[in-house]
Ligand binder design. Structure first.
Ligand code: AVI
Length: 342
């Protein structure tokens, strides 16, 4: 069977690099997505303090646990953002006149459904292209979208965000959608690097819709990341099961506990694994080991909380002009629309 040519959503000089397999899901020919996790895990675990990049949390079990978190009574983020999108999809789509929606980190595209349904109502035939490192997530999104929105042309992009956004054709008016306050999981180095890359990849008729969790009373924040059923703890510690599988390491989940708190100076929730006994952690595949001492913490994830006005000002410096600010009655969460400066 001959390979279909990559569609017009990809920049002309990029098209030959993308292969469709399975149908409708595009992967970079030369990307070695497997080599990167090993390098990332080893370098950050040897850092001081030891830490991990958040994307390692999302193996198959981690992704399921995250779906469970989204339904927890304490985890207000998902339902609050969903209610904002549901109430404002019409205005959002009207304010961003595009023919293509690119979603970063699609997952199951549940909240994006509100935007897609308005997009097809207001503009008819359009393109929807989620970017995700999980083929399973892209396939789930593909089947949901194709069933409910036959007017949408679906192109799942199996790639890291940086690779995916750089491949999109700049002259095609596009709305980039980045929901769930995933920007909160970027640290202070990753955050500006990501937005500079995104802004540089955007064309003059492009928009960005960004979901950001806001600063609020500490008790509400801390409860959202320390739920009574212990699902968040399971989600965070599951990363070590994933690392054991990827690198042949010997992390023992029975010799660690979960701890989290809000750091007021950095305005972020910090989620740690704490060793309950000293242990030697071995990485036989890499010929490396370290001593994880009793009570030593590994920072598994941060979740930054934002001041919406300050965030708008910050992104203005990167060439993204604020267009509209949508929020909920409690002002717990913000959905911000930006336009790329021409
Ligand atoms: C995906 N991300 C925005 C979640 C958050 O709220 O920072 C991840 C999460 N970690 C623990 N609970 C939820």
């Amino acid at each position: 069977m001959t390979q279909p040519t990559a569609p017009h959503i990809f920049a002309a000089d990029q098209r030959s690099r993308w292969l469709s397999n399975p149908p409708g899901i595009w992967s970079l020919q030369d990307a070695d997505l497997d080599a990167i996790p090993t390098m990332s895990i080893l370098t950050t675990l040897w850092d001081q303090p030891r830490w991990l990049e958040a994307y390692h949390l999302y193996d198959e079990h981690g992704s399921e646990l995250f779906e469970d978190i989204c339904d927890l009574p304490e985890y207000y983020l998902t339902r609050t953002e969903n209610s904002i999108l549901e109430a404002n999809a019409k205005n959002i789509v009207a304010a961003a006149p595009v023919k293509c929606i690119v979603e970063l980190g699609a997952g199951y595209s549940k909240k994006t459904i509100h935007l897609l349904s308005e997009q097809t109502r207001q503009r008819g035939q359009s393109v929807f292209a989620p970017i995700d490192v999980s083929v399973a997530g892209l396939l789930a999104s593909q089947s949901a979208v194709q069933k409910d929105f036959p007017q949408l042309e679906f192109h799942g992009i199996h790639a890291r965000y940086e690779d995916g956004i750089c491949a999109i054709e700049k002259s095609l008016p596009t709305l980039f959608v980045f929901l769930g306050s995933t920007i909160g999981n970027f640290n202070h180095t990753e955050f500006p690097r990501f937005f500079r890359a995104l802004s540089a990849a955007m064309g003059p008729d492009d928009y960005l819709l960004l979901g950001a969790d806001r600063i609020k009373p500490v008790k509400l924040l801390e409860d959202a990341y320390n739920d009574s059923r212990g699902i968040t703890a399971e989600f965070i510690l599951n990363v070590f099961r994933n690392i054991n599988g990827l690198l042949g390491a010997n992390f023992d989940l029975k010799q660690m506990r979960y701890q989290s708190w809000f750091n007021p100076e950095w305005q972020q929730i910090e989620m740690y694994a704490v060793a309950t006994a000293s242990q030697e952690i071995r990485f036989p595949n890499a010929g490396a080991a370290f001593e994880w001492r009793q009570n030593e913490k590994i920072l598994v994830e941060i979740s930054r909380k934002f001041d919406a006005n300050r965030l708008q000002q910050q992104l203005r410096f990167i060439g993204l002009t604020p267009v509209e600010h949508f929020t909920d009655a409690n002002q717990w969460f913000s959905v911000l629309l930006f336009r790329k400066e021409g």
